[in-house]
Design a protein around this ligand. Structure first.
Ligand SMILES: NC(=O)C1=CN([C@@H]2O[C@H](COP(=O)(O)OP(=O)(O)OC[C@H]3O[C@@H](n4cnc5c(N)ncnc54)[C@H](O)[C@@H]3O)[C@@H](O)[C@H]2O)C=CC1
Ligand SMILES: O=C(O)CCC(=O)C(=O)O
Length: 525
């Protein structure tokens, strides 16, 4: 494998004097290749190309755009082993996980290709003219959705493939017809380059304008800030820290033309163990919980960071099983030295809390590793100290002991917005569960029963979003096909001659789209 370390600005490959290197988190060693540090001029060049590409890219045929996404998926697979090897070295993630993540990345691209072809995302509505209507005639009104414009995507550290250069944000933005400028995550610049070249090659192979895709690398906050501030950027997709996401929201809001930032930030994903379920299978739940908590060193925004249950012997059985399972875990390398340091600081802060008790802690390891840890706290203490509900990114979780189900509800009411909430329940728990669901609907984006929140299905009904601060905009999702809506806006055409109408809303419906005509859904072809 040979990496060039240059910026991908459309079809140009640009080197810079200032460079940075990737770090192998397993060894703290520097990996090969000096990567370019993009500056303000490079942001401006990439955004200018993206803006120039927008009008032609957004009117490409559905078939061509679908082919682009499929071609990107094929090109990623064709990189072969080099991609997995480099991603492993840059992230510390094991090969099997990265193989799965590559499969998911290609699956997402292909799913969005099928969405593009199907065409419902255009959301066509037609209210035909009513010239005879009294007292006033009605004009002919036709609506379709168009893409918002060039989108800035920030690659995430914890999914170097599926939430990164060709991840869900890029797939959904390209599917909508938006050119994309990616700011690669500085932890995996080599992986980013390999995937970026796969996208650029697909753009070229299909004869699309070069500005459809650019990839900028760099370590500074100024780079991300300049990208979000560029007037040609019309929306932003981000997965990462709350501080980073909110910084980008502030920049976007301070622009002369404010733009939406879809930032997926922090979540502790409460899991409620209801009494009958806990009584029936406390040990199995304890073991499964630790499996979810420690998967991928807990570096998922869906990690179960909070367990809530009624205190008593059944909860003690759960804790005993979880404690035993934690004792059997081995420390895992985290994504970056900074993330490992933040984990240790977060655990230290919890351990220093006068109200939290350490229940279990896995053996410590050397280097940038995560050792799983469990805390417990009473519901009253939890409610009194908001710091106990802060996300600790890694395998750390807090068990909240409640006197009764009413206290469980109070704890849930006290939480910030979350991506997920989980109920472990049996039939005898249904009344208790029903009393909690209205609270959960207000607090989270996805409610699960008898499962664990890690592992997000990429499909049509998925919501990977939630109220602030789990995301900056709880009206949408960053996983699943609904994610395309973030990058679309409606345009209405009133009384335009048919010859001037876009194909999606022409009278004869040449694209065979499903349409809502006078409010009634009419199937297309
Ligand atoms: N909830 C979640 O899904 C995730 C949370 N995290 C949290 O974030 C911490 C740091 O991890 P990172 O992945 O590096 O996230 P991060 O938020 O620090 O960085 C993500 C991206 O945003 C950029 N960025 C960050 N702050 C910025 C600013 N003020 N202005 C402009 N650009 C900025 C970075 O350069 C990077 O490209 C972790 O320890 C963890 O707490 C990280 C990954 C996922
Ligand atoms: O588990 C998943 O598939 C999504 C998790 C995620 O978005 C994250 O950890 O940042």
């Amino acid at each position: 494998m040979s990496l060039h370390g240059k910026l991908l600005i459309g079809s140009a490959r640009v080197a810079t004097d200032a460079t940075f290197a990737a770090i192998d988190p397993a060894t703290n060693g520097t990996l090969d290749t000096a990567f370019a540090q993009a500056g303000a001029d490079h942001v401006a060049q990439a955004c200018a190309l993206a803006a120039a590409a927008f009008d032609s890219f957004r009117e490409t045929s559905l078939e061509l755009r679908a082919s682009l996404l499929e071609k990107i998926a094929d090109n990623i697979l064709a990189i072969g082993d080099d991609l997995l090897v480099r991603a492993g070295a840059e992230s510390g993630l094991p090969r099997a996980r990265l193989e799965g993540e590559r499969g998911r990345t290609m699956g997402q691209l292909r799913l969005f290709a099928s969405v593009i072809r199907q065409g419902d995302w255009l959301g066509v509505r037609v209210d035909p003219a009513q010239p005879e209507r009294k007292p006033l005639p009605r004009a002919d009104l036709r609506l379709r959705h168009i893409p918002v414009g060039p989108v800035a995507v920030f690659g995430a550290s914890n999914f170097p493939l599926a939430f990164s250069v060709a991840g869900g944000d890029t797939a959904s933005a390209l599917a909508a017809g938006c050119p994309v400028v990616v700011k690669g995550h500085p932890a995996h610049p080599g992986t980013s380059e390999l995937v970026g070249e796969a996208i650029a090659a697909a753009v070229k192979e299909l004869g699309l304008p070069e500005g459809v895709f650019s990839l900028l690398s760099g370590t500074t906050n100024e780079l991300g800030g300049a990208l979000v501030a560029d007037p040609r950027i019309k929306a932003v997709g981000f997965t990462g820290s709350r501080a980073g996401g909110l910084a980008l929201v502030r920049i976007a809001q301070a622009r002369p033309e404010p733009i939406p930032v879809y930032a997926e930030m922090s979540s502790i994903n409460p899991v409620v163990l209801l009494p009958a379920a806990l009584k029936a299978r406390a040990e199995a739940l304890g073991q499964a919980f630790v499996g979810s908590l420690t998967m991928g060193a807990g570096q998922f925004c869906t990690n179960p960071g909070l367990i809530i249950a009624v205190d008593g012997p059944d909860l003690e059985r759960f804790i005993a099983a979880a404690t035993e399972a934690v004792g059997k875990t081995t420390p895992l390398v985290m994504l970056t030295p900074g993330i490992a340091k933040a984990y240790k600081q977060g655990v230290k802060a919890l351990a220093g809390s006068p109200s939290a008790t350490i229940l279990a802690q896995a053996a410590e390891g050397e280097g940038n590793v995560c050792s799983a840890v469990l805390f417990s706290v009473s519901a009253a203490d939890f409610l009194a100290d908001p710091a106990l509900a802060h996300e600790v990114f890694g395998s750390s979780s807090v068990i909240v002991r409640c006197p009764d189900v009413a206290a469980v509800k109070a704890v849930l009411e006290g939480l910030e917005g979350q991506l997920t909430a989980t109920l472990h329940l049996d039939e005898a728990d249904h009344d208790a569960a029903a009393s909690l669901i209205p609270t959960l609907e207000r607090r989270v984006g996805r409610i699960l029963a008898n499962a664990w929140p890690t592992g997000v299905e990429v499909c049509h009904a998925m919501v990977h979003g939630g109220p602030y601060p789990s995301t900056s905009d709880g009206r949408t999702t960053s996983v699943g096909t609904l994610a395309i809506d973030r990058f679309l806006r409606p345009v209405c055409y009133q009384d335009l001659p048919d010859a001037l109408l876009p194909a999606a809303v022409k009278h004869a419906n040449p694209l065979g789209l499903n349409r809502r005509v006078d409010g009634v859904v009419q199937p297309g072809k």
